[in-house]
Design a protein around this ligand. Structure first.
Ligand code: UT7
Length: 371
């Protein structure tokens, strides 16, 4: 029998710095009242100069590994979903792998915008179900504050920085991720994009002059699309799991806009109380919003082992998707782990590998020059 992919660890990391709506109203023509009534957002977190997508991702990942009682070396796969990677390449996932010291793991980035975390969970689940891997780490991490035009009131009010992570593990017991639905419609690509800096429009004085290195959005169209697909994807995923909406204890939607979540709840025919929301404090952290919301829902006692949960999101691409999970929590085998030690070893290992690579290059150069 193929193993099930259980969610056995979770963690989140958000910057300490809080930016309120009033702070934004000092930069652009807006108000706390407008932002709260149109989006539900009160404040968001903004990364400081030392914090990056990889550092937030690694912090969230360490917490998730602690909950799961896993060592970084136990990981087979690391997926980082992000729209604000540290670089075009190398992948942010490889930087996270190095920071964690997960030396037996493959690592790659995934770009499906705000839906990316659901895509990542689906890929990790399928790898576990196929018995190809045992332990996976899926991280959603963003520092979108660095890609936002702080003079554009259409977008700068929405986004925040943060990271969230899940550990998924193989286990024989029925449970974990039961079903998922992934969708895309690239005909809506221009509705939400960051057009500059890629191979289509490489960075140039023109792309900079035209602000193509900033997020561009048709808010109204994205809003309409979101309200349409959230309920649809949820219903499909629930049906695929052979259950009904009545069996669902909690829906964890992408935290973009309170009005979108309210419309989705109406579409799903469930009371709004069954949809978890924390966007008032973090804004839209894109692909990080679902795992961050999950962590807080757990902290607040809203999720218990045995509960059936839906994760549902939408975003640029356009992309959307949903997943149904039977919540299990950490596997019962409690092991003694040493998180502080792993952090130290990972740093040491990274430094040693860099030195070894240099020494190796010198020896290799001498050998070849002498030949
Ligand atoms: O992860 C996915 C990310 N994207 C989203 O989730 C975006 C989804 N869309 C939305 O959340 C909404 O479209 C917004 C909250 C962004 C905007 O709400 P809207 O009801 O679609 O407003 P709008 O863009 O149609 O603008 C309505 C009015 C306009 O004024 P006029 O032309 O009617 O006089 C805007 O200029 O509101 C004005 N406006 C603002 N006023 C104060 C737009 N942004 C602001 C602002 N403060 N920040």
């Amino acid at each position: 029998m193929s193993p099930y992919a259980h969610i056995t660890g979770w963690g989140m990391a958000v910057p300490e710095r809080v930016m309120t709506n009033d702070d934004i109203a000092k930069m652009v023509d807006t108000s706390d009242e407008w932002i709260q009534s149109m989006t539900g957002i009160r404040e968001r977190r903004i990364a400081n100069d030392e914090q990056t997508t990889a550092s937030l991702a690694a912090d969230a990942a360490r917490k998730a590994l602690n909950v799961a009682n896993l060592k970084p070396a136990d990981l087979d796969l690391i997926i980082v979903s992000t729209s604000s990677p540290e670089h075009t390449f190398p992948s942010t996932a490889s930087l996270v792998q190095d920071r964690l010291g997960a030396y037996k793991a493959g690592a790659f980035d995934l770009l499906a915008a705000c839906t990316g975390f659901i895509y990542g969970v689906k890929l990790a689940t399928d790898s576990i179900r196929a018995d190809a891997i045992k332990n996976a780490l899926v991280i959603g991490a963003e520092t979108l504050s660095r890609l936002v035009n702080w003079n554009d009131r259409n977008t700068c009010i929405l986004f925040g920085d943060g990271a969230g992570a899940f550990v998924l593990q193989a286990a024989e017991d029925t449970g974990g991720v039961l079903s998922s639905v992934l969708r895309s419609d690239g005909s809506g690509a221009e509705l939400l994009s960051l057009p500059g800096g890629g191979s289509r429009y490489p960075t140039s004085p023109d792309t900079l002059k035209n602000g193509m290195h900033y997020i561009q959005m048709n808010g109204r169209e994205v809003f309409r699309f979101a309200t349409r697909v959230m309920a649809q994807a949820t219903e499909e995923a629930v049906e695929k799991a052979n259950i009904t909406m009545d069996d669902i204890h909690l829906v964890i939607p992408h935290q973009a806009n309170k009005r979108i979540i309210e419309a989705a709840a109406r579409g799903m025919n469930i009371p709004i109380e069954r949809c978890y929301m924390n966007l008032d404090r973090y804004g839209n952290t894109s692909t990080a919003s679902i795992p961050i919301a999950t962590c807080e829902a757990i902290q607040q006692g809203r999720i218990h082992p045995g509960d059936k949960i839906v994760f549902v999101g939408f975003g640029a691409g356009l992309t959307w998707g949903a997943a149904v999970a039977l919540w299990s929590g950490p596997l019962t085998t409690r092991r003694i782990i040493y998180p502080a030690r792993y952090r130290f070893y990972a740093r040491l290992r990274s430094i040693l590998l860099r030195w070894l690579r240099r020494i190796d290059a010198i020896i290799w150069g001498r050998y070849h020059n002498s030949g």
